[in-house]
Design a binder for this molecule. Structure first.
Ligand SMILES: NC(=O)C1=CN([C@@H]2O[C@H](COP(=O)(O)OP(=O)(O)OC[C@H]3O[C@@H](n4cnc5c(N)ncnc54)[C@H](O)[C@@H]3O)[C@@H](O)[C@H]2O)C=CC1
Ligand SMILES: CCCCCC(=O)/C=C/C=C\C=C\C=C\[C@@H](O)[C@@H](O)CCCC(=O)O
Length: 261
């Protein structure tokens, strides 16, 4: 699939799932802005991607997505450098039950802010050409664990917000498709945070429950999540879709029963 001429912004793109998505976007000839807090990882990643895909296709923008002004600047810099914006992936996330307010800021508030900024740059409401937004939730929104109550709450929030915004987009004729992706366990640095008291606080005592669940359901590779992401990006029929990716069922969609009166 070719995304030649398209410009993407990926938050949390320096490692893990975001890194795999950036790689797939570059493979499809898109230009990509990698927005991430981790300067060392972001710069290393950019050097590797420049070597593989050539300079000028990828930009690293150091930014804490929970700082609203910094996130606004990151969007602005992307458009200044690449001339337009077509694809926004709100992927940055953390797992910290001890500093749970920060978890809400990064996993939910920043996804909301990232969606609104994306609309300012892509929506027909603002005189722009349209585009697509993908917000990253988690299977934790469907199968919760006592180990991660606030993480789970944020991932529920991302689904509710995204579905409502998808309806706003279609009814308001924004020309922007807005979808949500829910991976099960994925082999990334984030997954190792579940063992640490620094991250989990008092819930660390439930880590064996979490590990049992991981052993039962298996662990996915980031490349499969990137494949699902690319499907959401190119399939122009999808808006408000909730994509799940699990070991047992692979890439598939959640279906909601229609509400009866
Ligand atoms: N790894 C897993 O098992 C699963 C992960 N997810 C979600 O996928 C997304 C990506 O997670 P992973 O790649 O696994 O994590 P990761 O920890 O490997 O990568 C996350 C990236 O986000 C960046 N980041 C964190 N806080 C940031 C901030 N405030 N501002 C800017 N960048 C920030 C990190 O520096 C890192 O590069 C997250 O939203 C996570 O909740 C969902 C389901 C399962
Ligand atoms: C530190 C962050 C880790 C995030 C952990 C996370 O995302 C948790 C995932 C939890 C559960 C995964 C369950 C997967 C289950 C499937 O294999 C399947 O059995 C359920 C399929 C249900 C469906 O309709 O898709």
């Amino acid at each position: 699939m070719s995304l030649n001429g398209k410009v993407a912004l990926v938050t949390g793109g320096a490692q893990g799932i975001g890194r795999a998505v950036v790689q797939s976007l570059l493979q499809s000839s898109a230009k990509v802005a990698v927005v991430d807090l981790n300067k060392t990882c972001g710069e290393e990643s950019k050097a590797q991607l420049d070597a593989e895909f050539g300079e000028g296709n990828c930009n690293f923008i150091p930014c804490d997505v929970s700082n609203g002004d910094a996130l606004r600047d990151a969007f602005q810099r992307t458009v200044e450098q690449f001339g337009r914006l077509d694809i926004v992936i709100n992927n940055a996330g953390i797992n910290n039950e001890k500093n749970w307010e920060k978890t809400i800021q990064v996993n939910l508030t920043s996804v909301i802010k990232g969606t609104y900024l994306a609309l300012e740059h892509m929506s027909k409401e603002y005189g722009k050409e349209g585009g697509t937004i993908i917000n990253v939730s988690s299977m934790a929104a469907f199968l919760h664990s006592p180990h991660q109550p606030v993480y789970t709450a944020t991932k529920h929030g991302v689904i509710g917000f995204t579905r409502a915004m998808a309806d706003a987009s279609s009814q308001g004729d924004y020309g922007v498709r807005i979808n949500v992706l829910c991976p099960a366990f994925v082999d990334t640095p984030l997954l190792h945070s579940v063992e640490h008291e620094d991250n989990m606080g008092k819930f660390v005592k439930f880590k064996d429950d979490f590990k049992r669940s991981m052993n039962k359901f298996g662990v996915l590779q980031p490349a499969l999540i990137a494949e699902g992401m690319m499907r959401l990006i190119v399939d122009s029929t999808l808006n408000g879709a909730v994509m799940k990716i699990t070991c047992s069922k692979g890439i598939h969609f959640h279906t909601y029963e229609p509400m009866s009166a």
